[in-house]
Write a protein that binds this ligand. Structure first.
Ligand code: 13P
Ligand code: SF4
Length: 347
């Protein structure tokens, strides 16, 4: 039963003590997050990994790219375990290293050495490494504006991988007009742009988050009609038109903080992942909170980490047969770490 599994997880946690560390992303299920030693958004989880805690086993409750980042930022002797290898990220899967190398060589032909690559942490270690080798950095939704500002002190243009929406929303907030943003389509290998190429400031990789894409301007119109006093807050992985019509946009942490800071009786519609929205609703019974999309929007891959998988991963540690260890090759890790450190040093 669920109770038996919970008791077994708790007992293993007690037996392993500080040899074990369980970080959990805010989008994880309640049945898993209750056992997390720390919870956070992507930036906080990367910062915690870099903080040099001594745990021999890090059981990462999040998705594959986050576990890779934890491996890159921790010591070689520490083992990072992902409880289910199918917990990927459909956005990270929209850019592979071969597509990136091909795009880069085409873009160099067009723009010469004027581009700095930036990658959202939601990307493979190989792409982080590619970016790190070329002087670029990673970004998260919490520090994207700062990192894009920094990138423009380095080069005239940026290539932003793999989330076109975070890239577009961030550059737009910094004053780059939409007419100066081109889109690189990795499927057709083409640069989509209508104007004079010399004007391009930002090249957006044509990727997106399949969860945040489900929030639409129709959802916004419905809320504005049914509940005109409700504030709408969304994650910047939502499309530009959705962010434009919302009241506020920001990372997972920003959303949590804004709602916590609002007075009792406040009304909110939230455009982000379902597990987090449900948790915020439970944590604030004094506020009226709904999902911006009434059908809710789960992240299927985050949800693959469930109580049975967590228990299995922990039992395998005690049995001395580690499974699902995430190990990034040393050569890739070196430059991926450089890209991550450039971000962490500025955050
Ligand atoms: P943050 O944790 O940066 O808010 O990103 C959300 C997300 O989609 C993680 O996969
Ligand atoms: Fe990837 Fe979106 Fe799921 Fe985050 S919410 S892990 S970006 S698919």
């Amino acid at each position: 039963t669920k109770e038996e599994m919970e008791t077994r997880v708790q007992a293993i946690k007690e037996r392993l003590g500080n040899k074990l560390y369980i970080p959990g992303h805010h989008y994880q299920k309640d049945e898993v997050i209750q056992f997390a030693d720390d919870t956070g958004d992507s930036l906080k989880l990367a910062q915690l990994s870099a903080e040099n805690h001594e745990a021999a086993y890090i059981v990462f409750c999040g998705v594959h790219f986050m576990a890779e980042t934890a491996d890159i930022l921790t010591k070689d002797t520490q083992k990072v375990i992902l409880p289910d290898m199918r917990a990927g990220c459909s956005m990270a899967d929209m850019a592979d290293i071969y597509q990136t190398e091909r795009a880069w060589s085409e873009l160099q032909n067009v723009f010469g050495d004027t581009i700095l690559p930036l990658t959202y942490v939601n990307s493979t270690a190989a792409i982080k490494s590619f970016v790190g080798r070329r002087g670029g950095a990673t970004v998260t939704s919490s520090n994207a504006e700062h990192m894009v500002t920094w990138a423009f002190t380095q080069k005239e243009r940026i290539l932003f991988l793999p989330d076109q929406h975070l890239g577009r929303n961030t550059a737009f907030n910094l004053g780059v007009p939409l007419e100066k943003m081109a889109v690189w389509d990795p499927i057709s290998n083409t640069l989509q742009y209508e104007g004079n190429l010399e004007d391009v400031k930002v090249i957006l990789w044509k990727g997106h988050c399949s969860v945040h894409e489900n929030f639409t301007i129709h959802n916004i119109a419905d809320i504005r009609t049914s509940n005109p006093d409700m504030k709408i807050i969304v994650h910047p992985e939502c499309k530009r038109e959705v962010v434009e019509l919302s009241d506020l946009a920001g990372s997972t942490n920003y959303i949590i903080q804004q709602i916590e800071a609002s007075p009792a009786g406040s009304a909110w519609a939230i455009g982000t992942e379902m597990n987090l929205v449900n948790r915020i609703i439970q944590d604030h019974p004094d506020k009226q909170i709904v999902s911006l999309n009434p059908h809710m929007c789960p992240c299927l891959t985050m949800n693959r980490i469930d109580l049975p998988h967590l228990l299995w991963a922990l039992e395998s540690i005690e049995q001395g047969e580690l499974h699902n260890v995430i190990k990034v090759e040393a050569e890739i890790a070196e430059y991926a770490k450089l890209a991550l450190t450039r971000m962490l040093d500025q955050s």
